[in-house]
Design a protein around this ligand. Structure first.
Ligand code: UDP
Length: 377
């Protein structure tokens, strides 16, 4: 393939992987982002107290140690080992581990469980046997109605703005249920944070003589004639000017505060029916500094529709109707020459960071091999 001029719209994980791979293959890459910073929603910054804050909510990296994606990322950063822990705040002010494990069951049911078998038996006595077809059915089949009503149904309604019956099963399936006492949020073999933060990681990925990054620049059709290929991570419905209607996205508003004492875990999830879903104490993530005044910055999250937050699209709301609508946009995308939709908003998929790297390394490899690309997966 001769040297191409490639435009990458969006400086988050998807765009960064495509940009770097294309640059290393000898193509000239221009990355634009309408935001004033790199890193997409993983962008982090150090506040005046030395605490590292993820301005779009906590991003915790986890994957398989020997995976291609982790090896690729490790070219651009050193790591600080970090196993994330979350506790749920109960109505009486106690907190208990999440995902639900043997300790959680003891806390909720007020019993002592001597073995994994006893925990499994308790879970089996609660669970509703069914083949889940939506998120609510995942909750029922994993833990049954009592625990679903406590930990999952209220949170999911706040988070997604719809009843969990309206969400595809994959959302509920993100959280495991355990009969042991493992209280880590993830069990992947590699769990770590970039030593100098995500923004520094992105800066190193973009640090290549064939990559130019322009911030504060939105994509417009006028860009097209300057490039041989365009990778777009903007929302696919926005690209087509919402011709078939808007795809639903959830967004999050953030409220920060200070606390004089450590909370019980890096993230506390709220089980009540109020507006907040979770609260992060940033200095418990080990690539953050700690303040010298004894205070700790915490950030609470209030989910909302993207329309209530400047159309900041964070989480695609995937259900039968929205996937049918996405399909109509995918059909439009198939008629666009030399364009490929990427990332969470281009593909209308809930993609964690490491799978995002994997997917876009594969996409880049196909592009660089001259293979035809799906316009949107
Ligand atoms: N969830 C829940 N209660 C919790 C935590 C999660 O019901 O305390 C459900 C909720 O639907 C959420 C989903 O599980 O959207 C996935 O949770 P995860 O922590 O993976 O969400 P993310 O960190 O991606 O926002």
């Amino acid at each position: 393939m001769t040297n191409l001029r490639v435009l990458v719209v969006g400086a988050g994980f998807a765009g960064a992987v495509i940009a770097r791979e294309c640059a290393e293959a000898g193509h000239a890459v221009h990355v634009i982002d309408r935001r004033p910073h790199i890193g997409g929603n993983a962008h982090d910054t150090v506040n005046s107290h030395g605490e590292r804050i993820h301005i779009y909510g906590p991003h915790l990296l986890h994957g398989e140690r020997d995976s291609v994606a982790i090896r690729w990322l490790s070219r651009f950063t050193d790591w600080v080992p970090y196993e994330h822990r979350v506790r749920a705040l109960l109505a009486d002010g106690r907190t208990t581990p999440l995902p639900v494990n043997r300790t959680t069951l003891e806390d909720v049911f007020g019993v002592a469980l001597e073995s994994e078998e006893e925990a499994k038996a308790l879970l089996a006595s609660q669970a509703t046997p069914l083949q889940p077809t939506n998120t609510d059915e995942v909750f029922l089949s994993n833990v049954g109605p009592r625990l679903a009503d406590l930990f999952f149904r209220p949170y999911t309604r706040k988070m997604w703005g719809v009843c969990p019956t309206e969400l595809e099963a994959a959302v509920g399936a993100r959280l495991p249920v355990r009969s042991n006492r493992d209280d880590r949020y993830f069990t992947d073999s590699f769990q770590a944070m970039p030593k100098d933060g995500f923004t520094a990681l992105f800066a190193r990925i973009f640090d290549h003589p064939a990559i130019e990054v322009t911030l504060g620049e939105a994509y417009g059709e006028e860009h097209d004639r300057h490039y041989d290929h365009v990778f777009l991570s903007l929302p696919i419905d926005e690209y087509f000017r919402f011709r078939h209607g808007r795809l639903p996205y959830r967004s999050i508003r953030f409220e920060s505060d200070q606390m004089p004492v450590d909370q019980a875990a890096t993230v506390i999830n709220y089980t009540d029916t109020g507006v907040y879903t979770r609260c992060t104490q940033w200095d418990l993530i080990p690539n953050s500094g700690r303040r010298t005044d004894g205070q700790h910055t915490i950030t609470r999250e209030i989910p909302c529709d993207a329309s209530e937050n400047n159309n900041e699209c964070y989480y695609p709301v995937r259900n039968r109707q929205s996937l049918a609508l996405y399909d109509r946009y995918r059909t439009l995308a198939a008629a666009e020459p030399n364009k490929t939709f990427i990332g969470r908003c281009g593909l209308f998929r809930y993609i964690d960071m490491v799978p995002c790297v994997t997917i876009h390394l594969q996409l880049a490899a196909r592009f660089l091999a001259g293979e035809p690309l799906p316009r949107a997966a």
